[in-house]
Design a binder for this molecule. Structure first.
Ligand code: C2E
Ligand code: CA
Ligand code: CA
Length: 732
């Protein structure tokens, strides 16, 4: 079954417009009268529906076969349908004689003649028909037709009234509806709405307002919006607000207000005057959005951009900004600014051994200690890693920074707590002072960093003021690093040899190979200077191979020509021992030179052993197995741990020249050297004294039972050619 709404109406109709009872009563009279006047059994007002036609009004006349409310389907050849199709009058005097009409359903009801007129709404849609029917032939004379037209006009008048009423009520309803929607929208809107009268007394607040502020409408009605002020919005904002709205304009801006609970919140407000028809301000309308969370979000983003997330200290960018600000102020007030650059010592070890998470915990503690050591206005920032910066503004003398540096380092010296353990950590610090040590932030930071670097080199756990010479140090270091690249290929290295004497019989039994570097750009560079750099950059591995090959070649020559048991001592860096190819390389070099392992001694320092890595152990054992002697170099300067001597396959101990230097002057050194010799002998090791410069020293060492001596007294390091001559003269 089709529901009415699904039927497409045959005609344009206004099906939902109802005809009132009063109108129906008038129409009833109309049909009654016309039926009476024309003297027909039926006068009808028909109303069309989407697919049917209905008897809306029927004359209450004798012989009327039509019932009110009766409906007939369309498209069945009804007289009325033709009237509606053509929108013209239709007159059928005798349907029985007319082939066009003799199948018309009304004939079955006995109605063989018909006269009808169309009825339409003022807007043109079809309403239905107004018609009369008869059971006999009827020509519907013009005077009756005229009557029908008149009555039809009165019916149309009613239709016009109905239509107009309908329009009016619709408009009114729509207007009412609009107001309702509008006030609902205001009431339920997600922004708060406040309406005041012209004197700023609150007349209306919506629900969002109540919800945001925590005030109920009844608590604020009649009040002045001043009651929400927090005191945080600058008075100039209110001034601007009032000036704007009183002059009739819309004001937009942000206000920081206070809720009933006392909590502060931010709102973005649009406040506008409302004018009465005469153009006077009668109300103010404020539409306000709570932007507190956006504000907070923006603040958070800003914070993230400026602060280090781990320690919450200003990051590099903010430190830079603050420093630049301090410099401007310092210039104006003729003050100084100190930049303190602090770097934790050996922090990498903490990270490597305890893990980054634990390392982070230490950094957080460190940040707290640093912040606690400075005045409130001073900036402590983190540049990254374990690098911190402290900015001291408004100081009068560079020396004011010293005590601060002391106290910063002091806070580091106290142990750090980590999972119940105590950890001793130190830091190194460099100071650069504006304007002497740099005229801008970048230069000051760089120079403070250089001074810090210097403090590290001077043994850490200390601070240094920047000096111009430090910059020279740094640039020299960079130049050396640069020149070291390719130095081997350019043939800039050569070896010197320093003879070693057996004290007992004064025979020269060997020599230490010492590397020399002469660079075309820098000139002669001492091995104390370039070897640590070659070590740090890893270049020592390649250079060390050159030393081994070169020295073994010479040793082979000297053994052939002069001393057949002559030994060569070569210094090995920690980095070289970490090279997995070291042992095979040495084995190969020995073979190439055609000398046995016993010909070679390798000098290593304690530092190599301290890392405790198992490959050091393996390498030293493999080296020992080749018959190569292992020498502990610089003995006495490090931990001088007996354990190392006991646990590693050492053959020789070389006492550092700093002890030998004072052996004749300083009792303590003499005792120390004596103890070292006895101890080494106790472990079955030979002892070499290096840096022997005087006869007295030599005698002293001889008396103490030292096995070998090396030093300027006997010979400075000499070239390979000189060495040949040297050995020859010794023979004679
Ligand atoms: P070292 O192993 O302690 O070498 C001995 C240093 O003492 C040499 O300095 C030598 O010239 C110096 N010396 C010798 N006799 C005396 C003396 O009577 N008095 C004084 N005051 N000094 C004396 P050099 O040649 O400058 O070497 C410095 C350091 O460089 C060496 O210290 C060694 O650690 C390292 N080195 C030298 N050549 C090599 C090398 O081929 N490889 C490695 N890895 N390191 C090397
Ligand atoms: Ca040495
Ligand atoms: Ca030495």
């Amino acid at each position: 079954m089709n529901t009415p709404s699904e039927v497409t109406p045959k005609y344009p109709i206004l099906d939902d417009l109802s005809v009132s009872h009063t109108v129906l009563e008038i129409w009833q009279k109309t049909t009654d009268i016309i039926a009476d006047l024309v003297n027909v059994p039926a006068a009808l007002i028909m109303r069309v529906h989407p697919d049917e036609i209905e008897v809306l009004v029927r004359s209450d006349s004798v012989g009327n076969v039509y019932r009110a409310g009766e409906r007939a389907p369309l498209n069945t050849g009804l007289y009325c349908e033709t009237v509606m199709d053509t929108l013209r009058e239709l007159s059928v005097p005798d349907a029985l004689k007319d082939p066009q009409w003799n199948h018309n359903p009304d004939i079955k009801l006995g109605m063989i003649s018909y006269y009808g007129l169309p009825l339409t709404w003022p807007s043109g849609e079809i309403f239905g028909t107004f018609c009369i029917l008869d059971i006999k032939e009827n020509y519907f004379y013009p005077k009756y037709r005229e009557l029908m037209f008149r009555f039809r006009d009165s019916i149309k008048l009613s239709l016009g009234t109905i239509y107009e009423n309908h329009l009016n009520t619709t408009e009114a309803r729509q207007a009412k509806e609009q107001i309702r929607t509008l006030s609902q929208a205001v009431e339920q809107s997600p922004v708060s709405v406040v309406i005041t009268d012209a004197d700023a007394n609150i007349e209306y607040v919506n629900r969002t307002f109540e919800w945001i502020t925590g005030y109920e409408a009844k608590e604020v009605l009649g009040q002045n919006p001043k009651m929400f002020q927090s005191g945080k919005t600058p008075p100039s904002v209110y001034k601007d607000l009032w000036e704007t709205i009183i002059s009739g304009d819309l004001w937009k801006g942000e206000l920081q207000n206070r809720k009933k609970s006392g909590e502060l919140y931010w709102e973005h407000a649009h406040i506008a005057p409302v004018l009465d028809p005469a153009g006077n301000i009668c109300h103010f309308l404020a539409v306000k959005e709570d932007v507190t969370s956006q504000k907070r979000q923006a603040e958070r983003i800003l914070h993230q951009a400026l602060y280090d997330p781990l320690t919450n200290l200003p990051n590099r960018g903010l430190v830079n900004d603050r420093l630049e600000q301090l410099l401007i102020e310092a210039q104006r007030s003729n003050h100084l600014v100190a930049v303190l650059f602090l770097d934790m010592d050996d922090f990498k070890k903490v990270n490597d051994s305890l893990g980054h998470e634990e390392g982070d915990k230490i950094l957080v503690q460190a940040a707290r200690r640093l912040t606690g050591a400075v005045r409130d206005g001073d900036t402590v920032g983190r540049l990254g890693g374990d690098e911190f910066v402290v900015l001291l503004g408004g100081i009068n003398s560079a020396s004011d920074a010293g005590p601060v540096a002391e106290s910063l380092l002091d806070r580091f010296r106290r142990t750090f707590q980590l999972n119940g353990r105590d950890l001793v950590l130190t830091a190194s610090l460099g100071i650069a002072v504006f304007p002497g040590d740099g005229e801008n932030a970048a230069e000051l930071l760089r120079n403070a960093d250089t001074a810090m670097y210097h403090a590290k080199e001077q043994g850490r756990n200390t601070y240094y003021y920047f000096t111009k010479s430090m910059n020279r140090e740094v640039s020299r270091r960079l130049m050396i690093e640069e020149q070291l690249f390719g130095a081997l290929a350019r043939g800039e290295f050569h070896l010197c040899y320093q003879p070693i004497m057996a004290i007992q019989n004064r025979d020269f039994v060997g020599a230490e190979a010492l590397l020399r570097w002469s660079n075309q750009a820098i000139g002669e560079i001492s091995s104390d200077e370039f070897i640590p750099i070659a070590e740090q950059t890893g270049m020592i591995v390649q250079i060390g191979r050159y030393v081994i090959t070169e020295a073994l070649g010479r040793a082979a020559q000297w053994r052939r020509n002069q001393e057949k048991n002559f030994k060569i001592a070569i210094n090995l860096s920690p980095r070289q021992l970490r090279d997995p190819d070291l042992v095979p390389f040495i084995e190969d070099a020995l073979q190439q030179a055609g000398v046995p392992g016993e010909c070679l001694e390798l000098e290593i320092t304690e530092g190599v052993l301290m890392s405790g890595h198992s490959y050091i152990d393996q390498s030293l054992t493999a080296i020992g197995n080749l018959g190569i002697g292992i020498v502990m170099d610089d003995f006495g300067t490090g931990y001088s741990s007996l354990n190392y001597l006991r646990n590693y396959p050492f053959d020789v101990v070389k006492i550092d020249r700093s002890f030998i230097h004072d052996i004749t002057l300083n009792d303590a050194d003499r005792v120390l050297v004596n103890a070292a010799i006895s101890m080494a002998h106790g472990l079955g090791l030979k002892v070499v004294a290096e840096g022997v410069e005087t006869e007295d020293q030599f005698v002293q060492l001889s008396e103490q039972g030292c096995d070998f001596a090396q030093g300027y007294l006997l010979s400075k390091p000499i070239s390979a050619d000189e060495m040949i001559k040297f050995l020859e003269t010794q023979k004679n």
